[in-house]
Design a protein around this ligand. Structure first.
Ligand code: ATP
Length: 320
């Protein structure tokens, strides 16, 4: 292999830069020229690329976001778009592609592989909802950002004996909300995987807490599971509590990556290049049972991630 393209696609996640750096340096170690592709598949189609070397990724491990920019590209989903991407790979002399992103990014990479371009994917999303891997780059940083914000919020809410309703990101999956909810000691955690009875699981739970002399209640709501503002209103109306709704939002996507994300992303970036150089293609780098393994893209896309029911039970049982 002479030249390998690296792209980040879909939503950004803290740690993507560490994966890029590791992939670039692993290329350099092996005498391969790393080529950064800007804005995901957009940059590939339009040959918007930059040749990198070991020095061009200095100091990026500590930065959130992605130095290659990220984007969604509808054109790439079409046959014509795919053909443009294949032509660009040939024109640019790219023998392989590292695609860092989520399920959508993997689907695109699968098509590139089928069209003859060797491709390896790295999972990155703060939601940690990718079925084939126990861990996706960005989750730990996002969780710590949310926890930091909620801890600050809790200081002021406790002082005023208010009830906080906090919306955490998740994109239809409750992994982040559950993890954060346990870490901040939430009164209740509302997530899409566990249907809840508002009267029993929220109102009655708060009533019981009040009975036990609890003056501050914290409800964590996973994005999209319910209207956070409406929940605050309903608790105020039904229990007469002073409530405040907070949507943490996109700050969860940014910030300097935690040690866990930096190390995991570095390992995945290095592993992906080794896989490409070993002639592998059409694979996702997955973290399972404490080690990195490869899973064929089609198989990876079939895999579903279920919520850790034990974690959910722990959260419930310690929230009294
Ligand atoms: P996130 O988890 O942040 O949403 P993602 O990688 O799943 O990340 P998507 O927007 O679904 O994000 O996909 C990213 C890009 O991958 C799309 O904009 C498109 O260019 C490409 N892609 C997605 N699905 C397909 C597909 N079926 N065929 C070809 N390319 C695809």
């Amino acid at each position: 292999m002479r030249r390998i393209g690296i792209l980040t696609s879909g939503g950004d996640a803290p740690g993507m830069n560490a994966a890029i750096r590791a992939a670039v340096r692993a290329c350099a170690q092996n005498g391969v020229i790393p080529v950064g592709i800007h804005r995901g598949y957009n940059g590939l189609i339009h040959s918007d690329v930059v040749e990198l070397d070991a020095r061009s990724v200095n100091g990026i491990t500590s930065r959130g976001g992605t130095m290659l920019y990220t984007a969604r590209c509808e054109e790439f989903k079409t046959d014509a778009g795919l053909q443009m991407a294949v032509n660009a790979c040939n024109y640019l002399g790219l023998n392989g592609i590292i695609a860092i992103g989520g399920d959508g990014t993997f689907r695109g990479a699968g098509k590139l592989s089928a069209a003859g371009i060797n491709t390896i994917c790295i999972p990155a999303t703060i939601d940690n909802d990718i079925g084939c891997t126990h861990y996706s780059i960005g989750f730990d940083t996002a969780a710590n950002t949310a926890i930091g914000a909620i801890d600050k919020l809790a200081d002021t809410m406790q002082s005023h004996e208010r009830t906080s309703i906090v919306e955490v990101m998740g994109h239809g999956a409750g992994h982040l909300a559950l993890y954060v909810g346990i870490a901040v000691g939430a009164t209740a955690i509302l997530i899409p995987e566990k249907p809840f009875d508002f009267e029993q699981d929220v109102l009655e739970h708060i009533r019981e807490g009040k009975y036990r002399n609890k003056h501050h209640h914290l409800i964590i709501v996973s994005e999209g599971v319910a209207d956070t503002l409406a929940i605050a209103q309903r608790i105020r109306d039904e229990l007469g509590l002073d409530t405040r709704a907070t949507i943490i939002g996109h700050i969860q996507r940014g910030g300097s990556p935690t040690a866990r994300d930096r190390v995991m992303a570095t390992r995945m970036g290095h592993f992906a290049i080794e896989a490409l150089l070993a002639g592998k293609t059409n694979q996702v780098v997955c973290y399972r049972n404490s080690q990195l393994v490869l899973t064929p893209i089609d198989e990876a896309l079939q895999m579903k991630k279920s919520l850790d029911s034990y974690m959910y039970r722990v959260a419930k049982e310690v929230s009294i």
